[in-house]
Design a binder for this molecule. Structure first.
Ligand SMILES: Cc1ncc(COP(=O)(O)O)c(C=O)c1O
Length: 386
């Protein structure tokens, strides 16, 4: 009998999922405040659903080309230029099954066995698994808590060398909500380019910033050819279940990635591609409305954190996460369990976001103001009882 391969055994189970599963296993009558989940609580805008249903009825139910429908690639190319200053022709866009597939394809195409995938921490956990699947080494570079985990380019650059395949920069960040300083991003891209490495810009939250619009990393650098831009309809358009994202950048990498995906997913769902065209080219008011709602919740979250003794967090500038530092907590997993079991509030343990996250907790504010208030009341009680 063959054992599972080393590369699949190296993949870690998500600690966010562990909390999700523990919460699901609670008796149904328990009134839990669920703040562990990383997806918008809004429904997909109506006109997007109509467009998808119309397309399906009109026969758009077949495979598309590997790279995606030309109209969908065009819509993504236009959106990247209009919203984020990132200029790639439609032929430099691959439509993917969520940002997730785009990231995996980018990692597989740029980081070879034994090479390194370098990521500032705290970090979304999936990159580590993707490095394992590429038989590559994962290098987490801790960012300074004192500056709210802003990108410190010098720390990243120190880790770069001939063994570096790619660096992932996630802005706005999951789990901290930080929007990275463009100057620091530019410095990392330049250093990566000098090593012949790529920067994978994970910008799935770029449509959700609250203190001014952000531009894509590729727009900020003299080496856009060394930046692979990952985006998605999931968060900005409340479309997580449609599984529609993109990878844009260097046509040589895209060519290889397009070839590989014939053997993985073949193409993104045809119906979802029609939904994405409607989302990207149709009325943007529903998106603006959702962003305003997230911003109001962000303000509420900041206000509550400031008012609770022994609790602090960097001010979230984008996405819908606050990375809480509960003073004196060392075992964040144990504390997350206590919060769930004794107080009925569910958060993601910080150690699920790499070593840098140890002792912290991620709170998702993709929930109503009323539930957020209740969640903070419970967190405050739990901290008071320690
Ligand atoms: C940082 C980050 N990147 C990428 C993704 C991928 O999202 P999707 O595949 O839904 O586009 C997520 C989802 O949670 C995320 O948090």
């Amino acid at each position: 009998m063959h054992t599972p391969t080393e590369r699949v055994r190296r993949a870690k189970r998500s600690r966010i999922r562990t909390m999700f599963d523990l919460a699901e296993a609670q008796p149904p009558e328990r009134d839990l405040v669920r703040l562990e989940v990383g997806e918008p609580d809004f429904d997909t805008p109506e006109h997007v659903i109509d467009a998808a249903a119309d397309a399906a009825r009109a026969g758009a139910t077949h495979y598309t080309s590997n790279a995606g429908l030309p109209a969908c690639r065009e819509a993504i190319s236009d959106t990247l230029a209009r919203e984020y200053g990132v200029r790639h022709g439609a032929d430099e866009v691959l439509v993917t099954v969520g940002g997730m597939e785009a990231l995996l394809l980018a990692v597989l195409s740029t980081v070879g066995p034994g090479e390194e995938l370098v990521v500032p921490g705290p970090t979304w956990p999936n990159y580590e698994t993707q490095a394992a699947l590429a038989d590559a080494d994962f290098v987490e570079v801790p960012m300074p808590a004192e500056t709210g985990y802003d990108l410190d380019a010098d720390r990243v650059i120190e880790e770069l060398g001939p063994e570096t395949g790619a660096v992932v920069l996630t802005t706005p960040s999951n789990p901290t909500g930080r929007v990275f300083d463009p100057e620091e991003c530019r410095a990392v891209v330049e250093a990566a380019a000098d090593c012949g490495a790529y920067v994978i810009a994970d910008e799935v939250y770029l449509g959700l910033t609250y203190d001014g619009d952000a531009r894509g990393i590729a727009a900020e650098t003299g080496h856009p050819d060394h930046v692979l831009t990952v985006g998605s309809c999931s968060k900005t358009y409340a479309m997580t279940g449609w599984r529609l994202g993109w990878l844009a950048g260097d046509p040589h990498v895209l060519d290889e990635a397009t070839k590989v995906r014939e053997s993985t997913t073949a193409c993104a769902s045809s119906v979802a591609q029609h939904a994405a065209i409607a989302a990207l080219t149709g009325p943007q008011e529903p998106v603006r409305e959702m962003r305003r709602a997230f911003e109001r919740r962000r303000d509420l979250v900041v206000e509550r954190i400031d008012a609770i003794d022994g609790l602090s967090a960097p001010r979230p500038e984008g996405a819908f996460y606050a990375f809480l530092d509960p003073a004196g907590v060392e075992d964040d997993m144990a504390f997350a369990r206590t919060l769930l079991e004794d107080h009925g509030v569910v958060l993601a343990p910080g150690s699920g976001f790499g070593e840098t996250g140890r002792g912290k907790l991620r709170l998702s504010f993709a929930n109503s103001a009323e539930r957020l208030r209740e969640g903070f009341d419970r967190i405050e009680r739990a901290l008071g009882e320690r």
